[in-house]
Design a protein around this ligand. Sequence first.
Ligand code: ADP
Ligand code: MG
Length: 597
Amino acid sequence: MDGQGEMSPGGPRIRRLPDGLVNRIAAGEVIERPASVVKELVENSLDAGATRIDIVLRDGGRTLIAVADDGCGMGAGDLALAVERHATSKLPDEDLLQIRSLGFRGEALASIGAVSRTTVTSRARGADLAWSIEVEGGGVGEPCPDALVRGTRVEIRDLFHATPARLKFLKSERAEFGHAREVVERLAMAHPGVAFSLVHGERTALRLEAGTGDPETMRKARLAAVMGREFAENSVVVNDERDGVRVTGRAGLPTIGHRNASRQYMFVNGRPVRDALLGGAVRGAYSDFMSRDRYPMLALFIELPGDRVDVNVHPAKTEVRFREASLVRGLIVGSLRKALQDAGHRASSTVADDALGMMSRSLSRGSWQSRPGRGNATGAVADRLEMSVPPAASVPVDESVPDPEYPLGAARAQLHETYVISQTTDGIVIVDQHAAHERLVYERMKAERAGSGVERQVLLLPEIVELGEGAVTRLAERRDELAGLGLVLEGFGPGAVVIREIPKLLGQPDIGSLVRDVAAELEETGTALALEERLAHICGTMACHGSVRAGRRLAVEEMNALLRDMENTPHSGQCNHGRPTYVHLKLAEIERLFGRR
Ligand code: ADP
Ligand code: MG
């Protein structure tokens, strides 16, 4: 104590940091790489009400980043303020809870200016003069008259030239540009009414026209332009609301899964965010239809009142904190399940494309020529489809066959006691009878589960499971929900629960591990996914055993019944592992295969 008193005259002194240094420190949080600059500038253009935004990068953004917009622009006074720290036009009052703009911290331009050579040129709407201002290494010049037709143009040169440590952390030009491109794509997905262009060096990497038509059409077109036509055509509309929180967007069919989660996009009040909540919720919603190593593609847009979400968690504003995280999670899971349910038996069109791609490759390789005894192209196609010529069993065509107008057509043949071939108005359908039936049985079991509730089994000897107190509280809070899933429990003194009934489907499980899994899941995600997944898994396993095996000969009535069942059953387009249950080949495609078109 007394030692400190003695030290103070010669000890460290507190001093206020000069503005330039403060800005550079702040830049460290907000401006990590060229992509962060692009993000801040494009957000500013969107906040300024731009309808077109043109972005140019050179050398991955290291030497030049230029963003031009046709937004509201700024006059000379505002221009000088804009590059100052903590100066913003976006917080008209002190209310941090009602933020509708993408920016609000008023530090991006000051931070960027501290670590680059920055020029901002702008013309306020209706003004007859444009102004520009220069910032270099934090030193701000005077606004000068300049020429610009409309809006604002920001030019960043030599990013991080004064902070070599940052420079060293940058990746290759290509990688840095890739990050920047992703930033632009994400913002563009949330703003389909705005035109975007992105040029890297000499190359135009992205050109997105401003959308027209109703919002859903605009969104679909924009998502197709960014995520690919395949996604747009093989996704379903999501649209749901719960307690003032709305979720819209599109969810990919399980058959077009991706190998990682990079094609899962989430937006909160128009702001692209990354949130762990999304991954868990999506996994829960798709757990029935996809193996764990595949990830669905989707874009979800969540809208909720500003006071129910905190966007001021991190300077880069890519994280949010929901006030009612479990409400949002439940809404996402519910809306996805509903959307996929409505998709019915659809399997993605890519399935047929893949099959055709495979067949035409084998045709062009001329594989049939190399096989003795196969004198024509049909042989090669038949090989690929594992059908033999003539078919092992065929159905006489008579007047009693169903109308080929049915989506899955009228059954014509069963091949190899495994595949049902049917004729539709415009093509043929090949059904994997085992996979299809497994799915049908599974869905039926699920429906029964939902209808009359999960059948329960009373334990003759109730089992006591020791848990932490937090876990006991969480389980107790969800008692009713868990009982609905077949798990009946009560608190049993501090730190333990007694299990009285369990889902009958589970047979004789290790109850301790089941309950601990459920409690852990409740803590992690706020839902009883462990139990649901386990039930789903059991249903799947049982369905598999109860299914029409491959290798069973079917009567034509049975085949048609299978097709009609598939049409009327949700999720029947893929088996429990995300593989398709049928392939639809269009006549036009088949004709192309034979060179007839
Ligand atoms: P913030 O966006 O958080 O307000 P910025 O430092 O990014 O902070 O920008 C500061 C201010 O400069 C903004 O509040 C806005 O008034 C103005 N501004 C920046 N970019 C533009 C632009 N492209 N068009 C019009 N005004 C802009
Ligand atoms: Mg900003």
